[in-house]
Write a protein that binds this ligand. Sequence first.
Ligand SMILES: [Zn+2]
Ligand SMILES: [Zn+2]
Ligand SMILES: [Zn+2]
Length: 331
Amino acid sequence: MALVAALMVGLAACDGTAPDAGPASDDPAPAPRPAGGPVDGPRLRIVGTVQDGGLPHAACSCVRCEAARADPGRRRFVSSVAIVLPDPARVFLIDATPDIREQLDALRDLRGPLPGRVDRAPIDGVFLTHAHIGHYLGLAFFGFEAVHAQKLPVYCSAPLAGYLRDNGPWSQLVRIGNIELRESPAGSAIDLGQGVSVTPLSVPHRDEYADTVGFVIRGPRSTILYVPDTDSWRAWDPPATEQLRGIDVAIVDATFFSTAEMPGRAVESIGHPLIADSMDLFEPLVRDGKLQVYFTHLNHSNPALDPNGPEATEIRKRGFAVLEEKQELPL
Ligand SMILES: [Zn+2]
Ligand SMILES: [Zn+2]
Ligand SMILES: [Zn+2]
């Protein structure tokens, strides 16, 4: 798609969050339970739902991060989802996060670990959205020092493939064959079998090292859009509501709930859609039953992380949902 110029926002952290994230509420609600039970057939399994810095966020002592440190039930991993095909069992991760060790553990039941040794092929492939730390650093664990994978397929854009091929430590993964880069142009479907395909979609975002994509995952029952990081919906051209035609479920960037998390910052300077704005934009489609919307990639400052807080309640009331780890969605 043709992109309008990315908004240059002058943000310091990967997703512009750490330096100026406001305080969390004083009374975090109890940790949420996973929504719904396991799903049969091709499906997505959610293995991470927060912004690149994690929850607890690296080096943060806000109330919400300290609560997550004290109670592992409140911890959240960096945004990632697994595409699960049941027969034969195949598992593909979207993004390789700094939390990948725990996220591989969260997928072990799907294929069964090899008894007593390292499984050199714990998953069947990785799809990468972009080269910000929360989305690709975990690739390093497929290298010689850890899993030592053999030709793990890594699907990504040509610019991102070039970046990985030309820069260490990623270049070593390519050179010794731990990963095999599969350049995947936007708009071209990749067939995974069992009725499931994945199509990259160009997304406007701060493209420092390479460009950014989301993925449209088509299955026999449902078509799911996964966009963990994007500039404001205003930067989408054609408009997001047009590009979402034919999508049943959208899992979208919800880094911030509102500008209240960033006092003094103009909304135009925030390089993400606000949850409040996303609800306004998608509400007609949601109300008509044409679209389900789940929010992911929440920053540690985002009050929607507190499941019983007023923001999470408003989200549910308006027919939206915050994505939950361990949750499964049929494909
Ligand atoms: Zn991110
Ligand atoms: Zn924090
Ligand atoms: Zn990013």
